[in-house]
Ligand binder design. Structure first.
Ligand SMILES: *[C@@H]1O[C@H](CO)[C@@H](O)[C@H](O)[C@H]1NC(C)=O
Ligand SMILES: *[C@@H]1O[C@H](CO)[C@@H](O)[C@H](O)[C@H]1NC(C)=O
Ligand SMILES: *[C@@H]1O[C@H](CO)[C@@H](O)[C@H](O)[C@H]1NC(C)=O
Ligand SMILES: *[C@@H]1O[C@H](CO)[C@@H](O)[C@H](O)[C@H]1NC(C)=O
Ligand SMILES: *[C@@H]1O[C@H](CO)[C@@H](O)[C@H](O)[C@H]1NC(C)=O
Ligand SMILES: *[C@@H]1O[C@H](CO)[C@@H](O)[C@H](O)[C@H]1NC(C)=O
Length: 446
């Protein structure tokens, strides 16, 4: 690139030279050179090629030059390229069109380009070039994957550069709303959040997942960064059916639901014995979804010694929990199922009601009252778990689970079961009990 001062002097020298010759040759009667049209202003993304035309009528023996305004560097004079910037070239025709070409424009090419004619006084025009830069995320100033303990405050940060200065927004990769905590007593939920810092107060397991920060400034392409948020919490357990009755010779399946992160180790044991392993008698299975685990234990061909207490365990680095299920023997069905029970059996497993612990048929008549009692309790003590409270409805579901798991440890409170949790999703199939319920309900309604 030519030094600005030298370039200036050179131009001045040449202008004087041509100007002087004009005077001497007596060509001053020629029409003065005029610009035919304005030089355009150009706004273009970095990396593209541009052309700046300078069109002069009646140039005659005068000379046209291109000069970079800010640096005063001379780029071209007449047909010659002066600059050593190899990306700049010139095309000319008819002693009228002088087109400056800039290949692969860079940020350093921003600024004014002057087309100058060495008349006295000199004539000039300026066109401005602005170079846009697509957004880019500044990796070392943005968050990496985060692991936080449930209940702490978490801040996800993303910084981006680009021209114009990019805007940053956040969303979850799965497009689920982000619970941002409460604000003036209202729950704040948003599917996207603008700003380079996403603050989550008292992070919960519901926040766990992949987040995208997206930087955009109108210059494609927008860019995004994926940040994984892990939320650690000790295992909690939820047992839909803590009392299971089944007749001899049948198969039965017990269910436990746990939530934990990092993933817990889950296993079953009977009456304080060893861990149950799969064999001809037992079949354990696990369904995992994110931090949720559904443990099942199938016990085949029930024999008298199979009745008793089964325990499910969940353990991770932050703690452990267990739940127990009592399996008791009931007499085999004596008659054909009634029409109504047959109808119930056709329903999906998920819809079948479940028996709360220690709630026999005898207490069924009182169940309405007890449900009311419990609902009162719930409104007074929203989250008894203490470890975890989130600010949105899904969290409320968790609290139900936590309460259920607390209840299971509380013998005096064990007989209380809300309609809500009793009708919760995961049900054990126990068609014998279902038919007994149906009989009881029928006798109630008549
Ligand atoms: C280019 O921009 C300058 C300053 O912003 C303005 O004065 C001029 O008129 C513009 N030229 C054209 C051709 O629009
Ligand atoms: C990020 O990296 C750039 C160069 O790669 C360096 O100049 C800058 O200081 C770094 N910033 C931080 C916060 O480390
Ligand atoms: C997020 O928290 C930081 C401090 O941890 C604060 O400086 C920033 O303003 C907060 N941002 C928002 C959007 O609340
Ligand atoms: C977490 O954020 C909440 C609300 O934004 C604030 O009241 C609390 O003091 C913060 N806790 C910590 C440990 O910074
Ligand atoms: C950034 O966001 C503001 C407000 O939403 C908007 O006015 C502006 O045009 C955006 N800037 C870019 C470069 O997209
Ligand atoms: C157990 O239940 C009783 C009666 O409902 C209640 O007073 C007590 O606080 C409960 N204990 C626990 C540990 O939940």
């Amino acid at each position: 690139m030519m030094d600005a001062v030298t370039g200036c002097c050179l131009l001045v020298v040449m202008m004087f030279a041509t100007g002087a010759r004009c005077g001497v040759d007596g060509t001053t009667n020629e029409a003065e050179p005029e610009f035919s049209e304005a030089i355009p202003n150009i706004t273009i993304p970095v990396g593209r090629d541009i052309q700046l035309p300078c069109i002069v009528d009646n140039l005659g023996s005068y000379r046209a030059a291109w000069i970079k305004v800010e640096t005063k560097a001379i780029l071209t004079i007449h047909h010659h390229i002066i600059t050593r910037n190899y990306r700049i070239s010139l095309s000319h025709s008819d002693n009228r069109n002088f087109v400056l070409h800039i290949r692969n424009v860079q940020k350093s090419d921003r600024g004014g380009y002057m087309c100058q004619i060495n008349t006295a006084p000199m004539k000039s025009q300026i066109g401005y070039v602005d170079v846009l830069v697509p957004p880019d995320i500044i990796m070392n100033e943005s968050s990496t994957d985060i692991t936080a303990r449930e209940g702490t405050n978490v801040s996800l940060l993303c910084k981006a550069k680009g021209y114009p200065s990019p805007n940053i927004s956040w969303r979850r990769e799965d497009n689920q709303p982000i619970p941002l905590g409460t604000w003036h007593g209202k729950k704040v939920l948003a599917t996207s959040f603008d700003g380079n810092q996403l603050n989550i107060s008292r992070v919960s397991r519901l926040h766990m997942g992949a987040y995208l920060c997206i930087a955009s400034n109108g210059v494609p392409p927008s860019v995004s960064r994926r940040i994984l948020l892990h939320v650690n919490f000790p295992p909690v357990m939820w047992i839909p059916n803590q009392l299971v009755g089944a007749p001899l010779d049948k198969d039965v399946t017990l269910d436990c639901h746990t939530e934990a992160y990092p993933a817990s180790i889950n296993y079953w044991a009977k009456d304080g014995g060893d861990m149950i392993i799969n064999d001809a008698k037992y079949e354990t299975s696990i369904k995992e979804k994110n931090y949720k685990v559904h443990m099942r234990l199938a016990i085949k061909n029930l024999e008298p010694h199979d009745f008793g207490t089964y325990k499910c365990f969940a353990e991770n680095s932050l703690g452990s929990t267990e739940g127990s299920i009592r399996l008791y023997e009931i007499p085999p069905p004596t008659s054909e199922p009634t029409k109504d029970t047959a109808a119930i059996r056709r329903q999906s497993v998920e819809e079948i009601e479940v028996f709360p612990r220690h709630q026999g048929l005898g207490s069924l008549k009182n169940s309405d009252k007890e449900t009311e009692d419990l609902d009162d309790d719930q409104s007074k003590n929203p989250a008894t778990d203490g470890k975890y409270r989130a600010s949105e409805e899904a969290a409320a579901a968790h609290e139900d689970h936590s309460q259920t798991s607390n209840r299971k440890r509380n013998r005096s409170g064990a007989e209380k079961v809300s309609e809500k949790s009793a009708s919760a999703e995961h049900k054990n199939v126990n068609f014998i009990m279902v038919s007994l319920v149906m009989l009881a309900l029928l006798s109630l309604s008549t």
